[in-house]
Design a protein around this ligand. Sequence first.
Ligand SMILES: [Zn+2]
Length: 199
Amino acid sequence: MLFLDEFPEFARSALEALREPLESGLITIVRASQRCEFPARFQLVAAMNPCPCGYLGASAPACRCTPAQIARYQAKLSGPLLDRIDLHVQVPALPAADLLHAPPGESSATIRARCAAARERARQRQHSASAPESKAPFQLAPAAAEWLQTAATRLAWSARSTQRVLKIARTIADLDHSDMILTLHVAEAMHYRSAINLP
Ligand SMILES: [Zn+2]
């Protein structure tokens, strides 16, 4: 697990260097005539504020940043880098009262069991995909395929983006105990790419 807090504060060159290992699970270091490859498979988790002051979108206190400052801050993360991060989640600030009186959430054990069941479902599908009579590996319902195609065209997604949304939708369907990827699974997967969908 690689956790990068204050993501846009890292040097642009360091952030862009993440693209290769995120894609291939390897990092190549070239010095003089030497070239070495090292294993670099990791789960990237990154956190950032929406703007330099941190209050963009909050009701109070109001954001004090200028549009140019916000644009400069957000532009530190390139499209190709964001494209390689599957799940983008906005976490608005909670009022203290809501935070203190929130009901207890699910236990980690419950969530773990749900994830394990979804992984098992995926494993079994991959196993049966090698059989000659197997269906298409993603099992995308026709209406969901149409929805994805319309969204990909409208939002001008790269082939990589579209493929990644499809993989996320497959996982969401597995968590939902569904053999088919339905429109609601694709819609939820698209929602997790909100940082890219913004104009
Ligand atoms: Zn701000």
